[in-house]
Design a protein around this ligand. Structure first.
Ligand code: SF4
Length: 263
């Protein structure tokens, strides 16, 4: 008998830690990392999620850093039950992340609904390009954290076509329109020394075209992978002022989890 739609998921790992980015920074969060990504960001800190893996891992106790193996594909209903039992506090966020979780839309839809039915708060961390996939599950998502990828630092993954001359802006704007139907949404843009004013302006114009009230987090890059330095303080303040001239809720927030060295 073929597997039920959305009945299984391909994961990399499940663990409990602290949200290190964005407006919910510092809150206890269970991270459910899905395997596979169709982009290649120069600063990516989780290249181990780019391709599906045969065997995922599940932390044995929240925050222990010890793991036990979990064979892929994982039964989504069993996974929801296990995450619910594992989450250390009733208010802990459950972050569906990756890789790119919306490459597995049926599994995300089924898992998000199963978690919500157990009273859990679901946080979706996505590169923000697959609007049709989001539309399937958006009503079950409490908070969408969508990246706004800038072409100076991000390329499609191997075998993924992008028409010449087309940046990510159109796809992001379409995605954002769908994401406004979730409980809440914010946009995150990573700033590097390569970030150009013209691409920042194009992003700001597209976000404002949906709503000037959409929160925007400007995140100075954490030097990693192909990026060796963050922009200087003057440049960061310049980007902040540029964004505040267009949008009503802009914050400059670096990643915090690398400071104390958790996953
Ligand atoms: S979208 Fe996320 S997982 Fe994929 S390459 Fe970029 S940062 Fe890494």
């Amino acid at each position: 008998m073929p597997p039920e739609e959305g009945g299984t998921a391909s994961l990399v790992e499940v663990f409990s830690s602290v949200q290190g980015e964005g407006p919910e920074v510092g809150r206890t969060t269970v991270f459910v990392r899905f395997g596979g990504c169709d982009l290649r960001c120069r600063w990516c800190d989780s290249p181990g999620t780019w391709r599906p893996v045969e065997e995922a891992r599940f932390e044995t106790a929240p925050g222990s850093g010890a793991f036990e193996p979990l064979a892929n594909p994982v039964d989504v209903d069993v996974l929801a039950e296990r995450i619910d039992a594992f989450a250390p506090t009733p208010r802990a966020w459950i972050s569906l992340t990756g890789g790119e979780p919306l490459l597995q839309p049926e599994a995300i839809e089924r898992l998000a609904r199963a978690l919500v039915s157990r009273g859990r708060r679901v946080y979706l961390e996505t590169h923000g390009l697959h609007a049709d996939a989001l539309a399937r599950c958006v009503d079950a998502i409490d908070l969408v954290s969508m990246d706004w990828k800038l072409a100076s630092d991000v390329q499609p993954g191997p075998g993924v076509a992008r028409p010449p001359g087309l940046d990510f802006h159109d796809a992001h704007q379409r995605f954002l329109r769908v994401a406004t139907r979730a409980g809440a949404v914010y946009v995150k843009a990573v700033l590097t020394p390569s970030t150009r004013d013209d691409e920042l302006d194009a992003m700001l114009e597209r976000i404002a075209g949906v709503s000037t009230e959409v929160p925007l987090v400007l995140q100075p890059v954490t030097p990693t992978g192909g990026v060796s330095a963050m922009p200087g303080a003057g440049r960061l303040l310049e980007c902040l002022a540029r964004a505040e001239a267009v949008l009503e809720d802009v914050r400059l927030i670096p990643q915090t989890h690398p400071i104390y060295g958790v996953l």
